[in-house]
Design a protein around this ligand. Structure first.
Ligand SMILES: [Zn+2]
Length: 310
């Protein structure tokens, strides 16, 4: 009986928070995998996706967003250089996400560092005097070996790079390919479900960051949101930013977010996947997720997304 009441209360809390709570958090938006992420709907170009994203940022008065790039795309799609140029022209910035989107759990440190360097000519050509030394680990992975972790961190530090951590993440890229499949099938009902669950999980990610931050630091730290440059996120971006604004989220720049002293912490968690910065700090302290966080993580509809519109 006690458990039933506890679960009931938890459910009520989860339902109430997204509607009522003004979380008043500071969030820097970052966009991964420029110039392209995920499948593309028919009759759309990568430039269409980028232009739509830039327009939404403009509408919400958001400037100086760091887009983290993988140069490899330009080998096969040289025309996508225009996406990166448009990004800069729109008042935004570029950073490094390795050339080949490598996973440090599957690559040795020598090759990994060479791949970071391989991205630099494109970055310096486009960014000119502006600082492109922001690095986002693909898969947020620092690998499952201490030597790789330490060697790459040392390289970054010695070469003026700042690690671009993530605290707000809802695996939003997982919605894109189902969306493209459902568009092809003209399955409006499934598309409506995708839109609904995307916003639900965006809300949940904010609450998770808030709860973990409160548990670990007794305050809301400055946050970093991870999204990707794909068709569905662009479709949802205006709504996503509006929902966050309704939670009194204040959008800040990545350098501003990184000025928070918590980012001096090296969680030093060595495992293949350790996810967000907050989750890594939690793991480093051997703490369990708060019940509400566990529940929200469990609500991620990964299996349904995989099956949808097949
Ligand atoms: Zn990526």
């Amino acid at each position: 009986m006690k458990n039933i009441i506890k679960n009931l209360l938890l459910t009520i809390i989860i339902i109430l928070i997204p509607i009522n709570a003004a979380l008043s958090m500071e969030v820097a938006i970052t966009v991964d995998d420029l110039p392209a992420n995920g499948d593309l709907p028919l009759h759309h170009t990568r430039m269409d996706i980028a232009n739509k994203m830039l327009l939404v940022f403009k509408k919400h008065h958001i400037h100086g967003v760091y887009g983290l790039i993988n140069g490899v795309r330009l080998d096969e799609n040289p025309e996508e250089l225009a996406v990166l140029q448009q990004w800069i022209k729109g008042g935004h910035l570029l950073g490094n996400h390795t050339y080949h989107h490598l996973d440090l759990a599957k690559t040795d440190s020598i090759n990994y560092i060479a791949d970071i360097k391989k991205n630099e000519p494109i970055l310096s050509q486009l960014m000119l005097a502006k600082d492109y030394h922001y690095f986002r680990y693909p898969y947020l992975s620092e690998g499952n070996a201490q030597e790789r972790r330490d060697t790459v961190r040392k390289f970054l530090l010695n070469n003026g790079y700042k690690i671009a951590p993530v605290t707000v993440d809802f695996f939003e890229y997982e919605w894109n390919d189902p969306y493209v499949r459902c568009l092809n099938k003209r399955d409006e009902k499934s598309i409506a479900w995708l839109k609904k669950t995307y916003i639900e999980q965006a809300n949940n990610a904010l609450i998770i960051a808030h709860e973990l931050s409160k548990m670990l630091f007794n305050r809301d730290i400055k946050n970093v949101l991870l999204i990707h440059i794909n068709a569905f996120t662009v479709e949802m971006l205006d709504k996503l930013l509006t929902v966050y604004e309704n939670h009194k989220v204040n959008f800040i720049s990545l350098p501003d977010a990184l000025s928070d002293e918590v980012y001096q912490i090296n969680p030093d968690v060595v495992r293949e996947r350790a996810y967000t910065f907050l989750n890594q700090v939690r793991l480093s302290k051997n703490l369990q997720n708060p019940a509400i966080v566990k529940k929200l993580y469990d609500s991620l509809p990964e299996d349904q997304l995989n099956q949808l519109c097949r």
